[in-house]
Design a protein around this ligand. Structure first.
Ligand code: CA
Length: 345
């Protein structure tokens, strides 16, 4: 063993060293095993000598398990440093496969486990409540959705449906593209109006818009009760409730009680090939190069030009003493949904 500053001690019971790290670090200098060795009792041993070592995987933590067979017919739990293997079978709604480098029975896509059985994942909050807390792409299937489950990006329980940060994805697209969605969950994307309709109509959702300005400052706009209609009603914004946010003086008139999205409430969606805006002479989506809930035309348009004006970024309108000007300083946008019943922090 070596005598050194506090470090994370890996043991056969705790191969990540998380508990040893915590304990040892409160005591300052201590004796720990050299790199590559695990503490077992009072001795340092190579990992192969730990009781719950698996070739190709490593040391399995005490209380954890691994599945040794490709068809998930057995499961082996590590108890008191020894594997105890029993027969194992995937249920009807489960499939045996490797996800995140781990082989086991997983719920089918669009479903998640509540510890007992597989239940439908209708949004990211369903997954988050059942322990899927890592940000990333997950598969959901909202109530009423009869097509294949689809991927969304989940961020601490929020379901993200729009994101832009470098202008690499073209947002000047057709009605059908906006209906189906485009881009990919962890990059620039529009989830799709049809999916958005099904998500927002299964319960009440709050809408949050995250913005980053060119200088790196993060801001947000939040609205209670956001819901859109179906395609027959042109994906109109049916509900848009109370506003809150921290846009402050940077977005000028926010501080006076005005909010951008309110201008778009009750508006139908317009794309370059379907004009449902309030502008008699023009199609706002053609003029501003992206589908949106235009009126005549917008006060916020997160799907419009990215970096085509003097400043780099997405444009918002700024009204001051009777004049209207564009300010194109938003470099990052994200639109996301969370059920209203989620407790406020
Ligand atoms: Ca028009």
């Amino acid at each position: 063993m070596m005598y050194m500053e506090c470090s994370c001690q890996v043991t056969c019971e705790d191969p990540d060293g998380t508990s040893g790290c915590h304990n040892n670090c409160t005591r300052g200098k201590t004796c720990i095993c050299p790199d590559g060795y695990f503490l077992q009792g009072e001795h340092c041993v190579p990992p192969e000598e730990c009781g719950c070592f698996v070739h190709g995987i490593g040391v399995i933590r005490e209380g954890e398990f691994y599945v040794p067979t490709p068809n998930c017919s057995h499961i082996c739990h590590c108890n008191s440093g020894i594997f105890h293997c029993t027969s194992y079978n995937c249920h009807n709604d489960e499939i045996c496969e490797i996800r995140n480098d781990k082989l086991k029975c997983f719920c089918e896509y669009g479903y998640h486990s509540d510890g007992q059985s597989c239940i439908r994942s209708t949004d990211c909050m369903d997954l988050y409540k059942d322990g899927y807390i890592q940000d990333g792409a997950y598969t959901i299937s909202p109530h009423g959705w009869t097509f294949s489950p689809f991927e969304v990006y989940c961020e601490r329980g929020w379901t993200v449906f729009q994101r832009r940060y470098d202008g690499s994805v073209n947002f000047d697209r057709s009605w059908n593209d906006y209906k189906e969605g485009f881009g990919s969950p962890d990059h620039e994307m529009w989830l799709g109006n049809e999916k958005l309709f099904f998500i927002t109509n299964q319960r009440d959702y709050e809408l949050q818009i995250d913005l980053v300005i060119n200088n790196g400052t993060s801001r947000y706009l939040k609205y209670e009760n956001f819901r859109i209609s179906d395609e027959e009603n042109k994906y109109r914004i049916l509900f848009l409730g109370g506003y809150s946010g921290d846009t402050g003086p940077f977005l000028y008139f926010i501080s006076t009680g005005y909010n951008y999205m309110r201008y778009h409430k009750q508006q139908q969606f317009t794309t370059r090939d379907r004009d449902y805006d309030d502008h008699n002479q023009d199609n706002c989506a053609v003029r501003h190069h992206g589908g949106w809930w235009y009126s005549k035309c917008y006060e916020i348009n997160l799907n419009g030009d990215y970096g085509n004006y003097t400043d780099v970024g997405i444009c918002l309108t700024k009204k001051s003493t009777g004049t209207v000007e564009l300010q194109c300083y938003v470099s990052f946008t994200q639109m996301k949904l969370r059920p209203e019943e989620y407790p406020r922090c």
